[in-house]
Design a protein around this ligand. Structure first.
Ligand code: ZN
Length: 210
């Protein structure tokens, strides 16, 4: 077993060529929007960085948007490019945000992914090259497609909150306990001072939380 002699050379040759093939499989493309790794490490959470820059996958049912049902637009968390509308989000039961269509066909780039010994179609942001998730052909009508996307790759812009920040992840964290989830608390009539991030008027229920 430990004496590989001539066969050992063959094995290492195969190994070398395999490394070469997989190594050149993903040639570095030049994307319209580029960011330094240092900047992204500062700006993104460790999970957001891992998923978008290292092609990682978040745990099923754990992502911020897995069960998210607000109306609005999902954007690339790295470059802000609009990707999906909430109208096309559906419950696939997979535990990851799933969409049956894109906002624009050119929003994402699809490439073959042979990792883990299976063939899948990887979906990346066409503007910055961030890994988003995978595309499957078992989605609902009318497209029959299922874009299985990591929450960590996405930001969200609520439809009725025109002044909402472009990266709502931090804002949402701030008001997580309330469950109200409405970014735009208009007129300052928020009952219990729930701590929603967008209470700017300061006269809502006596609490001025920003
Ligand atoms: Zn992007």
């Amino acid at each position: 077993m430990s004496r590989l002699s001539v066969r050992g050379v063959t094995v290492s040759l195969i190994l070398l060529s395999w490394i070469r093939v997989t190594g050149t499989c993903r040639t570095k493309k030049t994307w319209p929007k580029t960011f330094t790794q240092e900047e992204l490490k500062k700006r993104l959470s460790p999970m957001q960085f891992h998923v978008t820059q290292e092609r990682g996958t978040e745990s099923a049912f754990r992502g911020e948007f897995a069960d998210h049902k607000e109306e609005g637009i999902y954007v690339c968390v790295v470059c802000g490019a609009p990707l999906f509308r909430s109208e096309t989000k559906f419950d696939s039961g997979s535990g990851w945000p799933s969409f049956y269509d894109l906002m624009k066909q050119e929003s994402v780039a699809a490439t073959d992914d042979f990792s883990h010994g299976i063939h899948r179609v990887e979906v990346t942001c066409s503007q910055c090259g961030s890994h988003l998730g995978h595309l499957f052909d078992d989605g609902p009508k009318p497209t029959g497609k299922r874009y299985c996307i990591n929450s960590a790759s996405l930001g969200f812009q609520a439809k009725d909150a025109s002044s909402a920040p472009s990266h709502p992840t931090s804002a949402e964290r701030g008001g997580a306990g309330a469950g109200a989830g409405r970014g735009a608390v208009t007129g300052g009539v928020a009952g219990g001072g729930a701590g929603a991030g967008a209470v700017i008027e300061g006269v809502a229920g006596g609490k001025t939380e920003l």
